[in-house]
Ligand binder design. Sequence first.
Ligand code: SAM
Ligand code: SF4
Length: 474
Amino acid sequence: MKFTPEKYKIADEAMRPFIDPEEIWEYINTTKSSKERVREIITKSLSKKRLTLEEVAVLINATDPELINEIKEGARELKRTIYGNRIVLFAPLYIGNKCSNNCTYCGFRSSNTNAERKTLNDEEIVNEIKALEDNGQKRLVLVYGDHEQYNPEYIVHTVKLAYSVKKNNGEIRRVNINAAPLDIDGFKIIKESGIGTYQIFQETYNSEAYKTYHLRGKKADFSYRLTALDRAQEAGLDDVGIGALFGLYDWRYEVLALVRHSNHLEACYNVGPHTISFPRIKDASMLQMGEKYFVRDEDFIKLIAILRLAVPYTGMILTAREPAKLRNEVIQFGVSQIDGGTKLELGSYSKNLNQEQNLNKGQFRINDDRSLNEIIDELLQQDMLPSFCTACYRLGRTGEHFMEFSVPGFIKRYCTPNAILTLAEYLLDYAPEATKNKGWHVIEKNIEQLNDEIKSGLKNKLELLKQGKRDLYY
Ligand code: SAM
Ligand code: SF4
């Protein structure tokens, strides 16, 4: 993204604190929720307009089960109209768990003497990538502890390594990262390596609560973390993901703050976050957490539906922290990306172990241990269209361009055909017979809904895939 002097001015403005706890609490405490208002707001969102903080607060304060149901149905409808039935798949790859911070909720924190510390060496990274490719993965998020060893140059090295590994028809076509905040020069360095999305979770947007969980280390600086994505934008990194760790503070506050953060990025840089993540705290080695802010399943489902309605064009990620049953349910209410075949213990993809998780080797407990194929199979049974698409990022359709999603017909012209092409590759190269049959059936059904021009181009490309060509996209 090129910066005009005018944009720099906006960016300076942006460095002023944009999260005001008093303002957020005022919305929560004073906004009234009536049937009429809730319905009006759902209708506004269905016309694909982003919601104001006050409107989000109205939805948060709706407690009548009938209205909550309407919010969920609204989110389901919006997801269908914007994203169709696609669901994008990825896998996390933990590179190293050394950490100089002491986040009380995390198994990697420096005071956890039970943690088995490890940083994958190049050979181990290559083996992990080969194992992921053998499963059919095409999109990864590389995850790092916060440690001087994992500096921008090291991150670049690991990202480039991930892109370089090719096994049979396997290759990684998009590497996102989840790493500690950097300064502007650091962001410039990692941008050059061709990362997809840079993700960083604020954990909690309440600075007072934040202090109690981040006792020492660089991460104790709330503002440095909060402004990380402004620095990323200044460095030209315009594809970013935000998130909050639910369970650290009141979920209603975090939802409003996530929307506020999205609005801030949109207002200052003309592009909101590419994705929002909303992990809930899970068991971890030597976990030291109270239950005060634990988010119940009903509230979790409600908050996902509200976020979907609040920021219609932002991707939403739900990880294997949550159990399969809940994941299958909430996918319908607005989730656009999930991980599959996830393993958190360092080096465990290539060892292919199917034993009890060892919390001392991973960051937290995952609760969905289905293989990638099991997930794809279940998605196909629900008539969903699993996708490994990486086209937008590779064609430079990021940042402001990504907003092209709002152009009518974009999904039918690009996203659905690309989802079909990447699913077809998976079926040809990796799927067992039963999944293949389901997959081709879903592909045929989806092709039928496309117009004749797109249909015929797509059929040609599918034929080329069957003849052995790979990596075809629009
Ligand atoms: N170390 C980097 C940082 O702190 O920014 C990378 C992040 S960490 C490896 C990935 C994310 O996992 C954290 O930002 C946090 O939200 C989440 N996380 C940490 N402990 C967790 C737990 N016990 N349960 C669920 N998620 C957790
Ligand atoms: Fe380290 Fe990140 Fe875990 Fe905090 S959340 S202890 S910074 S790995």
